[in-house]
Design a protein. Structure first.
Length: 165
């Protein structure tokens, strides 16, 4: 069973340098299997949560579009962020929790792509509605993020208040 096998897998903590060396070897030897990377940090919240979710990484094929989620080297730190712009062959990224872009980043700094995740224990692919929301609405309208988060908070509060009455 898959769940039994996953329980037996030991997680290993890799430094950024170790992961940069390991990923090409993994992709070359593992016949197309995705590399599971536990999400750390809050830069991709609310789409991906620190310690809760796993990004399933695949080799970067050089093709890139706005909204893609890529793992890249940014001054020695590895970041998993969404592409917000492609200008003159260089990439600009933005974490889903951010309202500012990082870049320019050369495509040679990209280590892997993420087209599927395990989010809150459930698989999600790029074709799923929730992914498309974050890829198109959330990623392309950073000015709306605060309002959307506030609305979600108010909706949650109203539901809680309603249940308590």
């Amino acid at each position: 069973m898959d769940s039994d096998r996953n329980r037996d897998v030991k997680k290993k903590l890799l430094t950024s340098e170790e992961l940069k060396k390991f990923l090409p070897e993994f992709f070359a030897q593992d016949g197309g299997a995705p590399f599971p990377l536990t999400v750390t940090g809050g830069s991709m919240a609310p789409f991906l949560a620190d310690g809760r979710d796993t990004a399933l990484l695949t080799p970067f094929d050089g093709k890139v579009s706005r909204g893609d989620v890529l793992l890249f080297d940014c001054g020695g730190r590895l970041l998993l962020h969404r592409v917000c712009a492609v200008k003159n062959g260089e990439l600009w990224f933005m974490g889903d929790a951010h309202t500012y872009a990082e870049g320019p980043i050369k495509t040679s700094a990209v280590l892997a792509r993420c087209d599927s995740v395990i989010r809150d224990g459930k698989p999600m692919r790029k074709s799923d509605a929730m992914w498309r929301f974050y890829e198109h609405i959330w990623a392309q309208k950073p000015a709306l993020r605060k309002h959307l988060l506030n609305a979600a908070g108010l909706l949650g509060k109203k539901a809680t208040d309603k249940n308590n009455t």
